[in-house]
Ligand binder design. Sequence first.
Ligand SMILES: NC(=O)C1=CN([C@@H]2O[C@H](COP(=O)(O)OP(=O)(O)OC[C@H]3O[C@@H](n4cnc5c(N)ncnc54)[C@H](OP(=O)(O)O)[C@@H]3O)[C@@H](O)[C@H]2O)C=CC1
Ligand SMILES: O=C(CO)COP(=O)(O)O
Ligand SMILES: [Zn+2]
Length: 359
Amino acid sequence: MSAEGIKVLKKPQFDKSKWLQMPRDVIIGHDSIEQIPKVCEDLRTGNSALIISGRNTMKAAGGRVLDLLEDKYDVSVFTIDSISEQSIADAEDAASGSDFLIGVGGGKPIDVAKIASYNLNRHFISVPTAASHDGIASSRASVPIEGGRVSLDAHPPIAIVADTAIVSKAPHRLTASGCADVISNYTAILDWELAHRLRGEVISEYAIALSKMTAEILVKNANVIKPGSEEGAWMVLKALFSSGIAMSIGGSSRPASGGEHKFSHALDILSPDTGLHGEQCGIGSIMTMYLHGGDWRWIRNSLRAIGAPVTPKELGIDDEVAVEALMMARTIRPERFTVLDMGLERDCAVKLVKMLYKD
Ligand SMILES: NC(=O)C1=CN([C@@H]2O[C@H](COP(=O)(O)OP(=O)(O)OC[C@H]3O[C@@H](n4cnc5c(N)ncnc54)[C@H](OP(=O)(O)O)[C@@H]3O)[C@@H](O)[C@H]2O)C=CC1
Ligand SMILES: O=C(CO)COP(=O)(O)O
Ligand SMILES: [Zn+2]
């Protein structure tokens, strides 16, 4: 071919751009709830606030937030029982006259506050009462919809106020569930890498490194995570924060949510209000680690060490329901490719669940 026949391809211009949002004020520590008025002042949040909380969590912390703010701010309270499209719409109605929102509770009130504030274009402050989930800092919200669940784009809290004295008094089951949510990062990452290899899905090495490091540090410090320990609460809250930041960097929940989360979301449909989110993800993670050919016994031992359940029986569900959840996982958020989307057959799912009981 002559020189004239060769087309010189111009290197495409670099046109990548990313917009990351992060929390501005983060206070984790003993009696940090007392700092809430200062945080509101610092962030110039406005004059009126809506506290979104649950029944138990209103008692554990919401009441104190109300006491601390009501002198200076016009504060109302909205209590939720569950997260649903309806409870989010109701929360938005309740918040329409408020300058900012405060989510006080576990994952559900925080996600409701996150979405409502995002839809209303208001700031929100995250006040976790339990170290039970890694949505305390993330910019995502997880919402059940008819027959499934969606991970919605939202925004991160403008501030996080996590009081270790309050969180350490929450039932230990919640803390162990938060640890399991973080331990499941190991398999979430493997699933993301699998989707990258097979489907060309874009991955973020920074998000992966942070997510993995977070799980490693947590497992390394499992010995301090004991019922009632404030040091343990501190350790887990830091991990949950870090995992949430990995999701912000990744631009999706991918660094912390893979097949084990799809299994958990399926269980939420098949057996609602039985297991906690992180508990279910932990058990899912043992099984998906097995499918990835990794050290599933190590995942199981790590979960046991922090007091999380490792079998459907310990979770309070029948093995048949766990098998059904494995089969249903591929129908949950089908665009999220994981090891459970590779044509798992029912008899293999049965074996997988049986394997959980092996020595
Ligand atoms: N956005 C994200 O990135 C993420 C979102 N999630 C979502 O979070 C949710 C799971 O969170 P989780 O916290 O497990 O569930 P909940 O918010 O339902 O909390 C579980 C239970 O613990 C109670 N509780 C919380 N704190 C205390 C306390 N200090 N003392 C006594 N009881 C307490 C709650 O009481 P009450 O009845 O008062 O609420 C509730 O009954 C799921 O919807 C999940 O999808 C999970 C991970 C990441
Ligand atoms: O729970 C999460 C991360 O721990 C969020 O994941 P989902 O996007 O699957 O709801
Ligand atoms: Zn999770």
